[in-house]
Write a protein that binds this ligand. Sequence first.
Ligand code: C2O
Ligand code: CU
Ligand code: CU
Length: 437
Amino acid sequence: GRADTPADLVARAGRARLAPAGYPETEVWAYDGSVPGPTLRVARGARVSRRLVNDLPQASSVHWHGIRIDNVMDGVAGLTQGAVEPGADFLYDFTVPDAGTYWYHPHNRSWEQMARGLYGALIVDEAEGAPDVDIDEVLLLDDWRLTEDAQIAGGFGNMHDWAHAGRIGNWITVNGDGAWSRTVQHGARMRLRLVNTANARIFSLEARGLEGWVVALDGMPLETPRPLGQLALAPAQRADLIVDVVAGDGEEAMLVSFERDGGYAIAAFNVDGVARAERLPAAGPLPPNPVAALGSLETARRAELLMEGGAMGGMRGAMMNGRMMDMRDMASAGKVWAFNGMADMPDAPLIQADRGETVRISITNDTAWPHAMHLHGHHFRKVGTDGTVGPLRDTLLMNRGETADIAFVADNPGDWLLHCHMLEHSAGGMMTWLRVA
Ligand code: C2O
Ligand code: CU
Ligand code: CU
């Protein structure tokens, strides 16, 4: 397959045009001078080699989200490597075992560094059996909290954001563009690779003038593609769609997000011309990735994770292992969330598994907010109460009050994070880790 060329990935301050003409450019932090950073695209099994050069005023690192790579390349500052200090560099060098849609971002002060613009896509092409499409498009969805002169609002570590839904922005971009659009032909078939790179926003997507299927979630192919209806995309989640442009010549197709404040267009496709006279057959499944099948869920190694906290000012206390904690103490310590009563990264792993063992973790969301639970280095399946298992994912959206079990084969040795990908929540304490021996 195609090999990636070793190169630098330079993180530094710069400017980007996020807002329409008439507004100033925004001061951002960017990889290689652009928001998003460069799309890295390789074939399955190829090697990726990128030297992070840190020209930022803060220590940083790069995490390759969703890729099953060696633990020492996972990029978690303070767990799998030391933070890369300003002026220093670090060589990331690994091979990619799975095809699909992945991404990369810092894993040090990520709530600030990602909100300032540090993220990019890593696309791994199928070695064979890729779907036949006319257009293959990567769409990185983000929201920004911008001031009236289009600058990034400060206040990182703001207690209100940490205690509540997280940093929700007032300006949506796709690929760093506040009005992303492209021209397509009627009848064209597209593969759209959606990535939610926002700190905390859950996009709730619907298509207009496009018809098709969801063929992969979080990079992993669905055994059976599902018709595209409404698609919730929590922070860090990805979806690969195969869609046909059914809007007529001269019309507009679009992706729309429906949220509390109504619906708005995320991405517009201007239809100009006609690609084909006949519709193609339904999209088949993508070739599977070599993920080990789950072992017995009855004899799996088990752990329980209780998510607590998230309210302040006496509205709701938090029970930590049966003891009432004073949320104000946690707040003054900069901590408002807890896993199993710990509002700090624990010294000991939540669970220790032998290589190849099936692990099952019961997670209870005993908070007033949804959360996006992300596991590093593995993909898991959600286990239903009736024992049925869902598709492979690396990030699970959990509603408030929900209990869910996840199960996976612990086949990647090392220390792996399990955390909420609403970044103010993980910064506030929703972070734990597992050890695979
Ligand atoms: Cu996308 Cu631990 O991160
Ligand atoms: Cu990750
Ligand atoms: Cu959360």
